[in-house]
Ligand binder design. Structure first.
Ligand SMILES: [Zn+2]
Ligand SMILES: [Zn+2]
Length: 346
């Protein structure tokens, strides 16, 4: 079979590999869709400390079961499934408290296990043990189902930031994650949603699709000023930074309303993780700043439901569908910000 394998930073190869064999507690799938994201671009360029090469990449996975290990119950060949990416251990102190997104023993598809940029993949028993294999509802395509994983992360972020009815929400970063944040905030009853990006072309592309109440280009306008004007001086109830820019996090604190919430959704570059923020704004305005680290199996289930029942449509966010042998082109498209979601169909 054909796979996309990471060998070293800058060395990702499309090559032949033997089909994987599932163990007695594993399931084997024919991958039908594996979506790309910024993380794939980062891995292809810089590697990742959790990846020991060579490793098949791809973590936003949907496909159909072709083989079921002898000890596996509840699944059959032909079942259409979506696979979680981050796999918690299910047994540590955090997992037992239901905090599976911060499991210190977390392992991941495409990192510790071969991922979905391949014709076939093994869903390891670790995934089944935490109920991380989800049946794709009828009528939902594999490509749409593959977007459940990033939406699950977005859902975790908005749960932690308490996005709800009547909120004015600012989303900074108009990539696929930003678009999902806009759509999810609307489905949760946000009053107004404003989308911010430095890149005018990417902002226009995203705004055309998700129709925010205002699209603010940070290269042309002072973002803090713009948000304060749009909110009659209050600031936004929730600001979500879906970008790897420390400046966006610093600005977020300046444009959040009293008792507002800030989600540092996107992490910062490893060599630049320190920001400076006005702590007195946090103090006097009673702001809450939360992080977000991936998603739990339960978030994946809920995300799949939200896509299937139309609360968060994603079909139109998939702007490109490419075959496996064009995965490197896909990374280029993602890196240049020319697409919203690029889905590989192996
Ligand atoms: Zn991803
Ligand atoms: Zn755990």
């Amino acid at each position: 079979m054909k796979v996309v394998r990471f060998h070293a930073p800058g060395d990702v190869r499309i090559e032949d590999a033997p089909e994987p064999t599932p163990g007695p507690s594993d399931v084997k799938i024919r991958v039908r869709a594996c979506s790309t994201c910024g993380t794939d671009v980062k891995i292809s360029r810089f590697g990742h400390h959790h990846i020991a090469p060579p490793r098949v990449m791809g973590h936003e996975i949907a496909g159909e079961i072709t083989e079921v290990g002898a000890d596996v119950t509840g699944w059959r060949p032909g079942d259409r499934v979506q696979v979680i990416a981050a796999i918690p251990c299910g047994t540590c102190a955090e997992c037992r408290r239901g905090r599976m997104t911060v499991c210190p023993n977390q392992v991941s598809m495409g990192y510790h296990f071969d991922g979905g940029f391949a014709e076939y993949a093994v869903v390891p028993h670790n995934v089944l043990a935490v109920d991380g294999l989800n049946r794709i509802p009828e009528g939902l395509s594999f490509a749409e189902a593959s977007v459940a994983e990033p939406l699950a992360c977005v859902l975790n972020g908005q749960n932690l930031a308490g996005v709800g009815e009547g909120d004015d929400v600012v989303v900074v970063g108009s990539g696929p994650i930003g678009c999902l944040h806009v759509r999810l905030a609307r489905s949760r009853g946000a009053a107004r949603v404003f989308l911010v990006d430095l890149n005018r072309e990417r902002l226009d592309l995203a705004a055309n699709l998700v129709q925010p109440d205002a699209a603010i280009c940070g290269a042309e306008t002072d973002v803090v000023d713009a948000v304060l004007k749009l909110t009659e001086g209050r600031g936004a109830d929730v600001v979500i930074t879906a970008t790897a820019a420390g400046a966006a996090q610093e600005q977020a604190v300046q444009m959040t309303a009293r008792q507002g919430r800030i989600s540092f959704f996107g992490g910062l570059p490893k060599d630049k993780p320190v920001i400076s923020l006005d702590s007195n704004l946090v103090h006097y305005r009673e702001l809450t700043i939360v992080g977000a680290n991936g998603s739990s199996p339960e978030h994946n289930k809920e995300a799949l439901r939200l896509i299937a029942n139309g609360s968060v449509p994603v079909a139109d966010l998939i702007t490109h569908r490419l075959p496996l042998d064009r995965t490197l082109d896909a990374f280029g498209i993602v890196a240049r910000g020319e697409a919203i979601k690029v889905t590989i169909e192996p």
